[in-house]
Design a protein around this ligand. Structure first.
Ligand code: C2O
Ligand code: CU
Length: 455
């Protein structure tokens, strides 16, 4: 019930019922899609890069006309992209210039607990925290975002999101499209009032889709192959993306990095927080061709304009991508996770409990490999995100996962009334972490989060 939700502590800071203005009517394809800015290290040593990122209020030019007030990492609507290299540390100092607490989590990161961003590990107003990311994991597209207890949803919505890209020598050696032909794209939805202010109301349909912070932009491309790293940064919307000429796209990576082999797929399916990396080849397109990326629900999202020129395209998509993937199944313990709905319809408990950051829900032996059977009995679709590890999907409703879902994952859709089995190895970094539904309103307001202690 909207009235009930408005009473929840997290909701007091955002405009809610009674302040809804008409949604902005936006003319599509007026702006180019920006390329995300990279974070610039403040210092660099033999084995680490140091960054300072200020969490602050800011404004952004999202739609033509008035600026939009936002919460920001470093000033922009999307935080600066942190570029990391496998086995080289990133030491990120976050300063909080807001008048409220924040928590920073690196989604998909294999991170020691002290730097993971547990929901009560607050950086208070005016405070500072240094997170160390060891990057002892394969090349992958990750992202960082807010994780403050019961406030993830409004914080991320208002702009506390940024990308984090790990490279490694194996991937560099594949000669995938790189440099300016490797383009991270954060897609997310929003509700913009007609004065361009961002309205956070979970009960409205957010129908503005932003690509790198712009509503339905165009993006000039050259007639050659591009690598696009798509992140669904929406609070709860899933995207199903196709190209307007009906051709398949080649997916090369998912949440945790490269797939074993490229997969030709008719659509790019990404629920909240998931990543899909694809290669699109524009080489057959005549100069001036316009190709739309379109979502099954929201329609056109982005227009590729084949108007640039380029030299010879020496990039390739090799038939083998990942160096290796672990054997399946290989587990020494199983665990059941049940997603339900309370009879009053207000909470989605996990194994019968709503989130209590002080309680331990799952105890996991350091060094173990576990198979988790995640079952929805709530009658809703959710998605499930596990901190600390990348996992493999064994099956979905008893069937082998889609080929695009057979690599490393940290977030997986749990179909309504469905069952998904995943396998994860807890090899290092003991401590307390969370797992939760990544539909952020479920995580923030309906208790859909739990704790695990690895020891
Ligand atoms: Cu993307 Cu627990 O978060
Ligand atoms: Cu959920």
């Amino acid at each position: 019930d909207p009235a009930d939700m408005a009473q929840m502590p997290g909701m007091s800071m955002v405009p809610i019922k009674g302040t809804v203005r008409p949604a902005a009517v936006l003319t599509p394809f007026t702006d180019a899609m920006p390329r995300l800015a990279d974070a610039v290290p403040t210092a660099t040593t033999a084995d680490a890069d140091y960054y300072t990122i200020n969490v602050q209020q800011s404004t952004a030019a999202i739609a033509p006309g008035a600026l939009t007030s936002i919460l920001s990492y470093g000033g922009g609507f999307i935080g600066p992209t942190i570029r990391a290299t496998r086995n080289r540390r990133v030491v990120a100092k976050f300063t909080n210039s807001l008048t409220e607490s924040v928590v920073v989590h690196l989604h998909g990161g294999h991170t020691p607990a002290a730097s993971d961003g547990f929901p009560t590990d607050e950086i208070v107003a005016g405070g500072t925290k240094v997170n160390t990311y060891p990057n002892t994991q394969r090349a992958a597209t990750l992202w960082y975002h807010d994780h403050l207890h019961m406030m993830e949803a409004p914080h991320v919505y208002q702009g506390l999101h940024g990308m984090y890209i790990i490279r490694d020598p194996w991937e560099d050696g594949l000669r995938l499209p790189s440099g300016r032909y490797d383009v991270p794209i954060l897609l997310r939805d929003a509700y913009l009032n007609d004065d361009n202010s961002l309205l956070y109301d979970p009960f409205l349909d957010w129908t503005v889709v932003l690509a790198n912070g712009k509503p339905r932009p165009y993006f000039p491309v050259a007639p050659r192959k591009y690598r696009f790293r798509f992140l669904n940064g929406s609070n709860h919307r899933a995207f199903s993306l196709t190209l307007s000429d009906g051709r398949p796209v080649v997916q090369i990576a998912s949440d945790g990095g490269l797939l074993a082999a490229p997969v030709s797929t008719a659509s790019i399916e990404i629920s909240s927080a998931e990543r899909a990396e694809v290669v699109i080849d524009f080489s057959g397109c005549a100069h001036g061709t316009q190709l739309f990326l379109q979502d099954a629900t929201l329609g056109q999202v982005l227009r590729f304009d084949v108007t640039e020129s380029c030299g010879a395209d020496l990039s390739q998509v090799p038939a083998q991508l990942a160096a290796s993937l672990p054997p399946l199944p290989a587990a020494n313990r199983t665990r059941s996770i049940e997603l339900s709905l309370t009879p009053d319809g207000n909470y989605f408990p996990i194994n019968g409990q709503i989130f209590d950051p002080d309680r331990v829900d799952s105890r996991i032996a350091l060094g173990s490999t576990e198979i988790w059977t995640i079952t929805d009995v709530s009658g809703w679709e959710h998605n499930f995100h596990l901190h600390l590890v990348q996992f493999r999907i064994l099956d979905v409703n008893g069937l082998a996962p889609d080929p695009t879902q057979r690599g490393w994952k940290d977030t997986v859709v749990i179909p309504k009334n469905g069952v998904v089995r995943i396998q994860a190895s807890f090899t290092d970094y003991p401590g307390k972490y969370v797992y939760h539904c990544h539909l952020l309103e479920h995580a923030s307001y309906t208790g859909m989060m739990a704790t695990m202690v690895v020891a």
